[in-house]
Design a protein around this ligand. Structure first.
Ligand code: NAP
Length: 243
């Protein structure tokens, strides 16, 4: 049976590296994106040029109807979804806790947690055999990200709990659910946080003395997703250079 994977937010950063790596390992890949069609298309072109199979699909994965449309499209184009990477995520400008307004808080929760809930639920509902989910959480769930984005950290803490609880519910079905918790990875996300050079600034405080690369996170995601991790569920891999 073909391995068919949806990578949410698969057109940029960690998601893009994951889409490319999984395609190189024979997965048929749906590169999901929310607004940046150009980068998602570029990733699909790279995959196809190397002999892989992929297509891009626009869906805001925090919206229930759009998630259903996403899964319908993948089933029609590639076949039943056997693997899922819940990678889509956002953060906003660094801020103290008291300056976070409720609209921002709800948007972060919706984009980071509701999306994970909706895609995982759709995956479980439609997956009658075995399968595997990897959630992209964050080291922020452990640090709390004070004075930067406690809202974002809290959303990742919720993802950790969801990973644990769901893994226990579906273990007997043969579905594994795990998460990675990256720390300081060179992607555009830090520009959204208002500090493009954040990883570079923090590098001296990281035990390994450098920021991480998206492909280093992708390697861990691909391992957890694969049968090589067949006895691993409800587990977390921290990718934070020792932090
Ligand atoms: P990024 O470069 O900003 O990419 C984020 C991706 O998520 C984009 O492809 C974006 O789509 C997509 N996205 C956001 N909201 C979406 C939604 N509602 N529906 C569909 N797609 C959506 O960020 P990244 O650094 O690669 O982050 C990927 C994941 O790693 C996130 O969950 C993030 O929290 C986590 N993480 C990152 C770091 C780090 O240091 N970079 C550390 C820990 C955890 P568009 O391209 O269409 O905008």
């Amino acid at each position: 049976m073909s391995h068919v994977v949806i990578v949410t937010g698969g057109g940029r950063g960690i998601g893009a590296a994951t889409s490319k790596l999984l395609a190189s390992r024979g997965y048929l890949v749906c590169v999901n994106y929310r607004s940046n069609a150009q980068s998602a298309e570029a990733i699909v072109s790279d995959i196809v040029a190397l002999g892989g199979q992929a297509f891009s699909f626009q869906a805001d994965v925090s919206d229930e109807n759009e998630v259903i449309a996403l899964f319908d499209a993948v089933e029609k184009t590639l076949g039943n979804v056997t693997h899922l990477v819940n990678n889509a995520g956002i953060l906003f400008t660094q801020s103290s806790f008291v300056d976070i307004d409720v609209e921002r808080f709800n948007q972060v929760m919706c984009s980071n947690v509701t999306s994970c809930f909706l895609c995982s639920r759709e995956f479980i509902k439609r997956n009658h055999a075995t399968g595997s989910i990897v959630n992209v959480s964050s080291a922020a769930s452990r640090s709390g990200a004070p004075f930067e984005y406690v809202d974002y950290a809290a959303s990742k803490g919720a993802m950790d709990s969801l990973t644990k609880g769901l893994s226990l519910e579906v273990a007997a079905q043969g579905i594994r659910v795990n998460a990675v918790r990256p720390g300081f990875i060179y992607t555009d996300m830090h520009t959204d946080g208002g500090e493009p050079n954040r990883v570079h600034r923090l590098a001296p405080q990281i035990p390994l003395q450098r920021g991480g690369r998206a492909d280093e996170v992708a390697n861990a995601i691909a391992w957890l997703l694969s049968d090589e991790a067949s006895y691993v569920t409800g587990s977390f891999i921290d990718l934070a250079g020792g932090k």
